[in-house]
Design a protein around this ligand. Structure first.
Ligand code: ADP
Ligand code: MG
Length: 354
């Protein structure tokens, strides 16, 4: 009898114990992480996401984001023979070419920034970029006459977009598109959108070769700390020139130390061209960084203000809402737009002591 009496309370105790063990586990599941790195659009793309869902689900989210990036590469890469952009380049001077939503969206924004920057950012420099070939095996210093024949054209004014039919048409046949200065930003935005909308990711850091985009804040609620490379030592990621704290925003840098061709005489020719001269931009800028919400905007603007230089570039950025810029010039001076100075005062920006 006694033995029987004891059994029930003991079983109930065990049940209570199990419930008490399981409840807190269900309430605050462990924070998991998933990460992957791949070469897409000629860039090392690193995706790192955090969440309380299962590791499998997080892995699935990273894979889906990478898939999206790879499918966009098929649209935007001029280095893939049958990419959509190459198809447009071959056919748009003959008749309007119907294009994907992705390409149309990026072209609309590209033409907007071309006119806003008066051609400092110009998506129609394809032939000039191919002529120099910087960053490819064919890199060389072209003949002055060949450069002059392609310079000073403002061909972005000869691109006709028809939103109703979603087509692109070239009014003349002497130019081609290159979206290398804006496509990576769009890819970053799309990866972020997919992670947030389809997978409810609230904390992530995506780095597309210097185009960094964040989702929310770090898992402990603090800001992400991002560095702007020291041009004298760009590989030394532990010692950046500037440190910035951001949450949910994007930080995109255009610099002359990342991709260049060194001629036999030792002269360096970098990959950001000034369409008005046909030569690599010489504006006194070594790097130009944009901090804003949309990575496509940041990408186009970082190239635009690189070409414009610290003074004109900062003046342009001051006219835009929620957009800031940091410049490092030829003499190593760091300058920034007004909103960045507020960050400096708040302590969310650090300039490295020299
Ligand atoms: P990165 O590609 O290193 O991130 P950018 O965003 O500044 O740097 O893009 C540079 C690329 O954009 C070049 O490799 C070339 O394809 C293209 N490009 C070069 N000069 C210009 C320009 N003035 N306007 C638009 N695109 C440009
Ligand atoms: Mg850019």
């Amino acid at each position: 009898m006694n033995a029987y009496k004891h059994k029930l309370p003991r079983r109930r105790c065990l049940l209570l114990f199990l419930v008490l063990m399981i409840l807190p586990l269900a309430g605050c599941a462990r924070m998991n992480q998933a990460e992957d790195t791949e070469l897409i659009l000629g860039t090392i793309v690193n995706t790192r996401i955090y969440g309380k869902m299962s590791r499998e689900r997080l892995d699935e989210a990273v894979a889906a984001a990478m898939d999206r990036a790879r499918s966009l590469e098929q649209i935007f890469s001029v280095n893939i023979e049958c990419s959509e952009i190459n198809y447009v380049n071959q056919n748009a001077a003959t008749a309007p070419v119907p294009v994907s939503k992705d390409l149309f969206t990026v072209m609309e924004r590209a033409l907007y920034y071309a006119s806003l920057s008066d051609g400092a950012f110009d998506p129609t420099l394809g032939r000039l970029i191919a002529l120099w070939g910087i960053g490819t095996e064919q890199a060389h210093v072209p003949d002055g006459e060949e450069i002059a024949a392609l310079a000073g054209k403002k061909n972005y004014e000869n691109v006709v977009l028809d939103a109703a039919n979603r087509t692109i048409y070239f009014k003349t046949n002497d130019f081609s598109l290159d979206l290398g200065a804006i496509a990576k930003g769009y890819v970053a935005d799309e990866m972020k959108r997919l992670l947030v909308e389809d997978y409810e990711i609230t904390s992530a850091l995506l780095n597309l070769g210097g185009n960094v985009i964040t989702i929310g804040s770090k898992t402990d609620g603090s800001d992400w700390t991002l560095g702007i490379a020291d041009p004298k030592n760009p590989e030394d990621t532990k010692n950046p020139a500037v440190l910035l704290k951001i949450s949910g925003q994007t930080l995109v840098t255009s610099g002359n130390y990342q991709r260049y061709y060194e001629a036999p005489d030792g002269t360096r020719y970098h990959h950001i061209l000034d369409g008005s001269t046909g030569y690599p931009a010489k504006s006194g800028t070594v790097s130009a960084t944009i901090i804003t919400g949309c990575s496509m905007d940041a990408d186009a603007l970082s190239t635009a203000v690189y070409v414009l230089g610290p003074e004109k570039g900062a003046a342009l950025i001051e006219t835009l809402e929620n957009t800031e810029a940091v410049f490092i010039d030829d003499n190593g001076n760091v300058t920034a737009t007004s909103g960045i100075h507020d960050k400096l005062h708040e302590g969310s920006l650090t300039l490295k002591e020299n």
